[in-house]
Ligand binder design. Sequence first.
Ligand code: SF4
Length: 137
Amino acid sequence: MENGRIKGVKYDFHSPPTSYLEGIISRGDRRLGQVILKAWQRGARFDGWGEYFKLDHYLLALEEARLDPEFYVSRRRGLDEVFPWDIIDTGVTSEFLKAERERAYQALPTLDCREEGCQDCGICSGLGVDLQVKGGC
Ligand code: SF4
């Protein structure tokens, strides 16, 4: 490592205030519609440009709506909670994702089905895909 760089490793990062707002909106619910409107009324414009982005527009709008940003960003969620993206069917079963979560906590890798055989994620049967994997699916 030299000058904080690791050869062959490239990293990128967002500004924390931007990531914080992304956390709120990506995990948010329909109540955030009024927050986005209020933030816009407070002057939120061109938020993708750092020189225009002001998290305070959103924090004040959340306060005005009596919503706690931590509820969206840092609350520990139950395994069976409905998420905003649950309407998107990727084919991967929630049982597989829950098992993956446990494997991650145990620092266990998940094998590549193309090399090691079907890991039963649900995609092939769920989306009608017939991957040619070792040992079949
Ligand atoms: S073979 Fe299909 S169902 Fe099995 S792990 Fe791979 S993508 Fe998932």
